[in-house]
Design a protein around this ligand. Structure first.
Ligand code: PLP
Length: 390
Protein backbone atom coordinates (compact mmCIF):
# COMPACT_ATOMS: atom_id res chain seq x y z
CA UNK A 1 0.00 0.00 0.00
CA UNK A 2 1.93 3.04 -1.28
CA UNK A 3 4.92 3.70 0.96
CA UNK A 4 3.17 2.22 3.99
CA UNK A 5 0.99 3.51 6.77
CA UNK A 6 1.99 6.02 9.42
CA UNK A 7 2.24 4.46 12.86
CA UNK A 8 1.51 1.02 14.16
CA UNK A 9 -2.23 0.64 13.84
CA UNK A 10 -2.13 -2.77 15.49
CA UNK A 11 -1.79 -0.79 18.72
CA UNK A 12 -5.23 0.79 18.31
CA UNK A 13 -8.04 -1.19 19.90
CA UNK A 14 -10.94 0.66 18.26
CA UNK A 15 -14.30 -0.75 19.30
CA UNK A 16 -14.91 -3.14 22.20
CA UNK A 17 -14.12 -6.82 21.51
CA UNK A 18 -16.20 -7.22 18.45
CA UNK A 19 -16.09 -11.03 18.39
CA UNK A 20 -18.64 -11.37 21.20
CA UNK A 21 -21.05 -8.93 19.55
CA UNK A 22 -20.60 -10.55 16.17
CA UNK A 23 -21.25 -14.00 17.58
CA UNK A 24 -24.38 -12.80 19.42
CA UNK A 25 -25.65 -11.00 16.29
CA UNK A 26 -25.05 -14.09 14.20
CA UNK A 27 -26.92 -16.31 16.64
CA UNK A 28 -29.78 -13.82 16.73
CA UNK A 29 -29.91 -13.77 12.94
CA UNK A 30 -30.15 -17.56 13.03
CA UNK A 31 -33.25 -17.24 15.21
CA UNK A 32 -31.71 -17.74 18.67
CA UNK A 33 -33.21 -15.59 21.39
CA UNK A 34 -30.36 -13.63 23.02
CA UNK A 35 -30.35 -11.47 26.13
CA UNK A 36 -27.87 -8.62 25.63
CA UNK A 37 -25.82 -7.28 28.53
CA UNK A 38 -22.80 -6.04 26.58
CA UNK A 39 -24.16 -2.71 25.42
CA UNK A 40 -22.61 0.43 26.91
CA UNK A 41 -25.40 2.89 26.31
CA UNK A 42 -28.67 3.71 28.09
CA UNK A 43 -31.68 2.03 26.51
CA UNK A 44 -33.88 5.15 26.92
CA UNK A 45 -34.87 7.46 24.12
CA UNK A 46 -33.43 11.01 24.18
CA UNK A 47 -35.89 13.26 26.06
CA UNK A 48 -38.53 14.89 23.84
CA UNK A 49 -37.71 18.46 24.89
CA UNK A 50 -34.11 17.94 23.75
CA UNK A 51 -35.24 16.57 20.41
CA UNK A 52 -37.67 19.46 20.00
CA UNK A 53 -34.94 22.02 20.65
CA UNK A 54 -32.75 20.47 17.94
CA UNK A 55 -35.70 20.22 15.52
CA UNK A 56 -36.56 23.85 16.12
CA UNK A 57 -32.96 24.81 15.41
CA UNK A 58 -33.10 22.87 12.14
CA UNK A 59 -36.40 24.50 11.15
CA UNK A 60 -34.95 27.91 11.88
CA UNK A 61 -32.01 27.21 9.58
CA UNK A 62 -29.40 26.83 12.30
CA UNK A 63 -27.45 24.53 10.02
CA UNK A 64 -24.17 26.26 9.27
CA UNK A 65 -20.69 26.38 10.77
CA UNK A 66 -20.54 27.63 14.34
CA UNK A 67 -17.45 28.66 16.35
CA UNK A 68 -14.98 25.80 16.93
CA UNK A 69 -15.20 26.37 20.69
CA UNK A 70 -18.97 25.88 20.61
CA UNK A 71 -21.98 28.20 20.62
CA UNK A 72 -21.83 30.75 23.45
CA UNK A 73 -25.26 29.69 24.75
CA UNK A 74 -24.08 26.13 25.33
CA UNK A 75 -20.74 27.16 26.80
CA UNK A 76 -22.61 29.38 29.25
CA UNK A 77 -24.95 26.51 30.17
CA UNK A 78 -21.92 24.27 30.74
CA UNK A 79 -20.31 26.96 32.90
CA UNK A 80 -23.47 27.04 35.03
CA UNK A 81 -23.69 23.25 35.23
CA UNK A 82 -20.06 22.99 36.34
CA UNK A 83 -20.79 25.52 39.04
CA UNK A 84 -23.84 23.55 40.22
CA UNK A 85 -22.19 20.14 40.12
CA UNK A 86 -18.54 20.88 40.98
CA UNK A 87 -18.82 24.14 42.87
CA UNK A 88 -16.49 26.30 40.80
CA UNK A 89 -17.12 28.57 37.85
CA UNK A 90 -14.61 28.19 35.01
CA UNK A 91 -14.10 31.11 32.61
CA UNK A 92 -15.85 30.71 29.26
CA UNK A 93 -12.39 30.64 27.67
CA UNK A 94 -11.75 27.40 29.56
CA UNK A 95 -14.77 25.64 28.03
CA UNK A 96 -14.83 23.93 24.67
CA UNK A 97 -17.69 21.96 23.13
CA UNK A 98 -16.68 18.73 21.38
CA UNK A 99 -18.43 15.97 19.41
CA UNK A 100 -18.75 13.46 22.30
CA UNK A 101 -16.55 12.87 25.33
CA UNK A 102 -14.13 10.70 23.37
CA UNK A 103 -12.65 13.54 21.30
CA UNK A 104 -12.02 15.37 24.59
CA UNK A 105 -9.91 12.45 25.76
CA UNK A 106 -8.25 12.16 22.36
CA UNK A 107 -7.38 15.85 22.02
CA UNK A 108 -6.56 16.09 25.74
CA UNK A 109 -3.94 13.38 25.35
CA UNK A 110 -2.73 14.73 22.03
CA UNK A 111 -2.18 18.19 23.51
CA UNK A 112 -0.20 16.99 26.52
CA UNK A 113 1.49 13.62 25.96
CA UNK A 114 4.35 12.73 23.64
CA UNK A 115 6.14 9.53 22.78
CA UNK A 116 7.94 8.18 25.83
CA UNK A 117 5.95 10.24 28.38
CA UNK A 118 4.52 8.29 31.28
CA UNK A 119 0.75 8.08 31.70
CA UNK A 120 -0.87 6.56 34.78
CA UNK A 121 -4.28 4.95 34.35
CA UNK A 122 -6.33 2.14 35.81
CA UNK A 123 -6.55 -1.53 34.85
CA UNK A 124 -9.28 -2.58 34.09
CA UNK A 125 -9.67 0.43 31.81
CA UNK A 126 -12.03 1.90 29.25
CA UNK A 127 -10.75 0.67 25.86
CA UNK A 128 -9.96 4.07 24.40
CA UNK A 129 -7.35 4.93 27.04
CA UNK A 130 -5.16 1.91 26.47
CA UNK A 131 -5.59 2.18 22.73
CA UNK A 132 -4.53 5.83 22.45
CA UNK A 133 -1.81 5.73 25.07
CA UNK A 134 -0.30 2.72 23.28
CA UNK A 135 -0.64 4.27 19.84
CA UNK A 136 1.00 7.50 20.97
CA UNK A 137 3.99 5.51 22.20
CA UNK A 138 3.58 6.78 25.75
CA UNK A 139 4.77 4.71 28.68
CA UNK A 140 1.85 2.80 30.18
CA UNK A 141 1.79 2.71 33.95
CA UNK A 142 -1.32 0.83 34.97
CA UNK A 143 -2.75 0.85 38.47
CA UNK A 144 -4.55 -2.40 39.26
CA UNK A 145 -8.03 -2.02 40.68
CA UNK A 146 -9.10 -4.43 43.40
CA UNK A 147 -12.54 -5.60 44.39
CA UNK A 148 -11.55 -5.14 48.08
CA UNK A 149 -11.16 -1.41 47.31
CA UNK A 150 -14.54 -1.42 45.52
CA UNK A 151 -12.53 -0.89 42.32
CA UNK A 152 -11.25 2.57 43.27
CA UNK A 153 -7.89 3.69 41.89
CA UNK A 154 -6.63 4.52 45.36
CA UNK A 155 -4.08 7.29 46.09
CA UNK A 156 -1.98 4.68 47.92
CA UNK A 157 -1.59 2.59 44.79
CA UNK A 158 -0.83 5.66 42.69
CA UNK A 159 1.73 6.81 45.24
CA UNK A 160 3.67 3.57 44.73
CA UNK A 161 4.11 4.29 41.02
CA UNK A 162 4.03 8.05 40.47
CA UNK A 163 7.31 9.86 39.87
CA UNK A 164 8.56 13.14 38.45
CA UNK A 165 8.50 11.39 35.05
CA UNK A 166 4.73 11.05 35.22
CA UNK A 167 3.24 13.39 32.63
CA UNK A 168 -0.43 12.67 33.11
CA UNK A 169 -2.83 10.78 35.38
CA UNK A 170 -6.00 9.60 33.73
CA UNK A 171 -8.93 9.34 36.12
CA UNK A 172 -12.37 7.92 35.48
CA UNK A 173 -14.99 8.16 38.19
CA UNK A 174 -17.63 6.71 38.11
CA UNK A 175 -15.70 4.07 36.27
CA UNK A 176 -16.32 1.89 33.25
CA UNK A 177 -16.17 -1.16 33.48
CA UNK A 178 -16.46 -1.64 37.25
CA UNK A 179 -18.81 1.11 38.46
CA UNK A 180 -16.15 2.11 41.02
CA UNK A 181 -16.33 5.67 42.38
CA UNK A 182 -13.54 7.75 43.90
CA UNK A 183 -14.20 9.35 47.27
CA UNK A 184 -13.66 13.04 47.98
CA UNK A 185 -10.55 12.08 49.95
CA UNK A 186 -9.20 9.99 47.05
CA UNK A 187 -9.73 12.80 44.57
CA UNK A 188 -8.08 15.46 46.67
CA UNK A 189 -5.10 13.21 47.52
CA UNK A 190 -4.64 12.41 43.81
CA UNK A 191 -4.91 16.10 42.89
CA UNK A 192 -2.23 16.89 45.46
CA UNK A 193 0.06 14.17 44.14
CA UNK A 194 -0.35 15.54 40.63
CA UNK A 195 0.63 18.99 41.86
CA UNK A 196 3.62 17.65 43.74
CA UNK A 197 4.91 15.83 40.63
CA UNK A 198 3.75 18.52 38.20
CA UNK A 199 1.57 16.08 36.24
CA UNK A 200 -1.59 16.79 34.30
CA UNK A 201 -4.86 15.14 35.29
CA UNK A 202 -7.22 14.07 32.53
CA UNK A 203 -10.50 13.37 34.28
CA UNK A 204 -13.12 11.42 32.37
CA UNK A 205 -16.35 12.34 34.14
CA UNK A 206 -18.84 11.04 31.56
CA UNK A 207 -20.78 9.18 34.31
CA UNK A 208 -20.71 12.12 36.76
CA UNK A 209 -24.50 12.33 36.99
CA UNK A 210 -24.92 8.59 37.40
CA UNK A 211 -24.37 7.84 41.08
CA UNK A 212 -26.34 5.75 43.58
CA UNK A 213 -27.22 5.84 47.27
CA UNK A 214 -27.06 9.63 47.45
CA UNK A 215 -23.34 9.72 46.61
CA UNK A 216 -21.91 12.96 45.27
CA UNK A 217 -19.54 13.35 42.37
CA UNK A 218 -16.05 14.66 43.12
CA UNK A 219 -13.83 16.18 40.49
CA UNK A 220 -10.09 16.93 40.70
CA UNK A 221 -11.02 20.14 38.84
CA UNK A 222 -12.25 21.53 42.18
CA UNK A 223 -8.65 21.88 43.37
CA UNK A 224 -7.27 24.04 40.58
CA UNK A 225 -10.58 25.08 38.99
CA UNK A 226 -9.12 23.55 35.82
CA UNK A 227 -6.68 26.47 35.62
CA UNK A 228 -3.39 24.68 36.19
CA UNK A 229 -3.35 21.01 35.30
CA UNK A 230 -6.83 19.48 35.23
CA UNK A 231 -8.57 18.62 31.98
CA UNK A 232 -12.15 17.74 32.80
CA UNK A 233 -14.14 15.84 30.18
CA UNK A 234 -17.89 15.27 30.41
CA UNK A 235 -20.78 15.05 27.99
CA UNK A 236 -24.35 14.26 27.17
CA UNK A 237 -24.15 10.67 25.91
CA UNK A 238 -24.99 8.79 29.07
CA UNK A 239 -26.99 10.99 31.46
CA UNK A 240 -29.26 12.34 28.70
CA UNK A 241 -29.27 9.21 26.56
CA UNK A 242 -27.70 11.05 23.63
CA UNK A 243 -24.95 8.66 22.50
CA UNK A 244 -25.65 9.12 18.79
CA UNK A 245 -25.82 12.91 18.96
CA UNK A 246 -22.08 13.17 19.63
CA UNK A 247 -21.92 15.96 22.14
CA UNK A 248 -19.48 16.55 24.97
CA UNK A 249 -17.22 19.19 26.46
CA UNK A 250 -13.81 19.88 27.92
CA UNK A 251 -12.94 22.28 30.72
CA UNK A 252 -9.21 22.93 30.94
CA UNK A 253 -6.54 25.62 31.44
CA UNK A 254 -7.04 28.32 28.82
CA UNK A 255 -3.66 27.70 27.22
CA UNK A 256 -4.50 24.03 26.69
CA UNK A 257 -7.99 24.82 25.39
CA UNK A 258 -6.37 27.00 22.73
CA UNK A 259 -4.22 24.06 21.62
CA UNK A 260 -7.20 21.74 21.59
CA UNK A 261 -9.18 24.37 19.71
CA UNK A 262 -6.56 24.28 16.95
CA UNK A 263 -6.70 20.49 16.81
CA UNK A 264 -10.50 20.48 16.73
CA UNK A 265 -10.55 23.16 14.02
CA UNK A 266 -8.24 21.07 11.85
CA UNK A 267 -10.11 17.84 12.55
CA UNK A 268 -13.81 18.77 12.39
CA UNK A 269 -14.18 22.60 12.32
CA UNK A 270 -16.96 22.54 14.91
CA UNK A 271 -19.45 20.34 16.73
CA UNK A 272 -22.77 20.01 14.84
CA UNK A 273 -24.70 23.27 15.21
CA UNK A 274 -28.28 22.09 15.92
CA UNK A 275 -27.04 19.29 18.20
CA UNK A 276 -25.61 22.01 20.45
CA UNK A 277 -29.09 23.55 20.81
CA UNK A 278 -30.27 20.15 22.08
CA UNK A 279 -27.43 20.26 24.60
CA UNK A 280 -28.55 23.66 25.91
CA UNK A 281 -32.03 22.24 26.53
CA UNK A 282 -30.64 19.12 28.21
CA UNK A 283 -28.59 21.15 30.67
CA UNK A 284 -31.32 23.70 31.35
CA UNK A 285 -34.37 21.42 31.53
CA UNK A 286 -33.09 17.86 31.61
CA UNK A 287 -32.69 17.23 35.33
CA UNK A 288 -36.05 15.42 35.67
CA UNK A 289 -35.01 13.04 32.92
CA UNK A 290 -31.70 12.27 34.66
CA UNK A 291 -33.58 11.57 37.91
CA UNK A 292 -36.09 9.39 36.04
CA UNK A 293 -33.45 7.18 34.43
CA UNK A 294 -31.36 6.97 37.59
CA UNK A 295 -34.40 5.75 39.49
CA UNK A 296 -34.84 3.03 36.85
CA UNK A 297 -31.13 2.17 36.92
CA UNK A 298 -31.16 1.90 40.72
CA UNK A 299 -33.96 -0.68 40.55
CA UNK A 300 -32.15 -2.63 37.84
CA UNK A 301 -28.90 -2.47 39.80
CA UNK A 302 -30.58 -4.05 42.81
CA UNK A 303 -32.23 -6.73 40.67
CA UNK A 304 -29.06 -7.67 38.80
CA UNK A 305 -26.76 -7.70 41.83
CA UNK A 306 -29.18 -9.81 43.87
CA UNK A 307 -29.70 -12.24 40.99
CA UNK A 308 -26.00 -12.55 40.16
CA UNK A 309 -25.24 -13.43 43.76
CA UNK A 310 -27.54 -16.45 43.32
CA UNK A 311 -25.53 -17.80 40.36
CA UNK A 312 -23.26 -20.66 41.47
CA UNK A 313 -19.63 -19.52 41.69
CA UNK A 314 -20.51 -15.82 41.23
CA UNK A 315 -20.30 -12.96 43.70
CA UNK A 316 -21.08 -9.36 42.91
CA UNK A 317 -20.65 -6.12 44.82
CA UNK A 318 -22.93 -3.13 44.29
CA UNK A 319 -21.44 -0.67 41.79
CA UNK A 320 -21.58 2.89 43.10
CA UNK A 321 -22.03 4.58 39.75
CA UNK A 322 -22.58 4.16 35.98
CA UNK A 323 -24.66 1.16 34.82
CA UNK A 324 -22.25 -1.77 34.83
CA UNK A 325 -21.73 -4.67 37.22
CA UNK A 326 -18.43 -6.52 37.44
CA UNK A 327 -19.16 -9.89 39.07
CA UNK A 328 -16.35 -12.02 40.43
CA UNK A 329 -16.41 -15.49 38.87
CA UNK A 330 -13.21 -16.89 40.34
CA UNK A 331 -15.01 -19.62 42.26
CA UNK A 332 -16.32 -21.12 39.02
CA UNK A 333 -12.72 -22.09 38.19
CA UNK A 334 -13.29 -20.81 34.65
CA UNK A 335 -11.40 -18.07 32.85
CA UNK A 336 -13.33 -14.91 31.96
CA UNK A 337 -13.21 -15.49 28.21
CA UNK A 338 -14.16 -19.12 28.53
CA UNK A 339 -17.16 -18.21 30.67
CA UNK A 340 -18.23 -15.33 28.40
CA UNK A 341 -18.19 -17.71 25.42
CA UNK A 342 -20.03 -20.37 27.38
CA UNK A 343 -22.76 -17.88 28.32
CA UNK A 344 -23.25 -16.79 24.73
CA UNK A 345 -23.42 -20.34 23.41
CA UNK A 346 -25.18 -22.17 26.24
CA UNK A 347 -27.32 -19.54 27.89
CA UNK A 348 -27.96 -17.20 24.96
CA UNK A 349 -26.65 -14.31 27.07
CA UNK A 350 -24.16 -11.84 25.63
CA UNK A 351 -21.79 -10.16 28.06
CA UNK A 352 -18.10 -9.27 28.08
CA UNK A 353 -15.16 -10.94 29.82
CA UNK A 354 -13.41 -8.71 32.35
CA UNK A 355 -10.20 -9.23 30.38
CA UNK A 356 -11.66 -7.21 27.50
CA UNK A 357 -10.80 -4.25 29.77
CA UNK A 358 -7.28 -5.32 30.70
CA UNK A 359 -5.43 -8.12 32.46
CA UNK A 360 -6.79 -7.18 35.88
CA UNK A 361 -10.26 -8.12 34.62
CA UNK A 362 -9.36 -11.83 34.74
CA UNK A 363 -11.82 -13.58 37.03
CA UNK A 364 -14.58 -11.06 36.29
CA UNK A 365 -17.32 -10.39 33.74
CA UNK A 366 -18.87 -7.08 32.74
CA UNK A 367 -22.60 -6.76 32.32
CA UNK A 368 -24.36 -3.55 31.43
CA UNK A 369 -27.79 -3.22 33.01
CA UNK A 370 -29.10 -0.87 30.37
CA UNK A 371 -31.81 -3.49 29.85
CA UNK A 372 -35.35 -3.97 31.14
CA UNK A 373 -36.04 -5.66 34.48
CA UNK A 374 -37.62 -8.53 32.52
CA UNK A 375 -34.42 -9.03 30.51
CA UNK A 376 -32.33 -8.90 33.66
CA UNK A 377 -34.51 -11.52 35.33
CA UNK A 378 -34.53 -13.77 32.28
CA UNK A 379 -30.83 -13.34 31.47
CA UNK A 380 -29.59 -14.13 34.95
CA UNK A 381 -32.05 -17.03 35.26
CA UNK A 382 -30.47 -18.50 32.13
CA UNK A 383 -26.97 -17.91 33.46
CA UNK A 384 -27.85 -19.66 36.71
CA UNK A 385 -29.27 -22.60 34.80
CA UNK A 386 -26.17 -22.78 32.60
CA UNK A 387 -23.90 -22.89 35.66
CA UNK A 388 -26.03 -25.59 37.26
CA UNK A 389 -25.79 -27.63 34.04
CA UNK A 390 -22.00 -27.65 34.11
N1 PLP B 1 -15.53 7.49 28.66
C1 PLP B 1 -16.03 6.35 29.19
C2 PLP B 1 -15.48 5.87 30.47
C3 PLP B 1 -17.04 5.64 28.54
O1 PLP B 1 -17.53 4.52 29.08
C4 PLP B 1 -17.53 6.13 27.31
C5 PLP B 1 -18.56 5.38 26.56
O2 PLP B 1 -18.84 4.22 26.79
C6 PLP B 1 -16.99 7.30 26.79
C7 PLP B 1 -15.99 7.96 27.48
C8 PLP B 1 -17.43 7.85 25.46
O3 PLP B 1 -18.38 8.85 25.60
P1 PLP B 1 -18.96 9.57 24.29
O4 PLP B 1 -19.90 8.60 23.66
O5 PLP B 1 -19.63 10.79 24.78
O6 PLP B 1 -17.81 9.88 23.40
Amino acid sequence: MGKGLAGDFSLLRGEPPIEYLTKANQMEAEGRDMVRFEIGQPDFDTPDNVKEAAKKALDEGFTHYVPTMGIPELREAIQEDIYKTRGFRPDLEQIMVIPGAKPGLFFGLLATVQKGDEVIYQNPFYFQYDSLIGYMGAKKTQIPLYEEDEFRMTPEHIQERISDDTKLILLNSPQNPTGGVLTKKDVSAIAEMAEEHDAYILSDEIYSKMLYDGLEHHSPGCKDECRERTILVDGFSKAYSMTGWRLGYVVAPEELIHKMDLLLADAVSCTTSFVQKGGVEALKNGQDFVEYIMDKFAKRRKAIVEALNEVPGFSCIYPKGAFYVFPNIKETGMKSEELANYMIEEAGVCLLPGTAFGSQGEGFLRLSYASSLEDIEEGIRRMKQAMENL
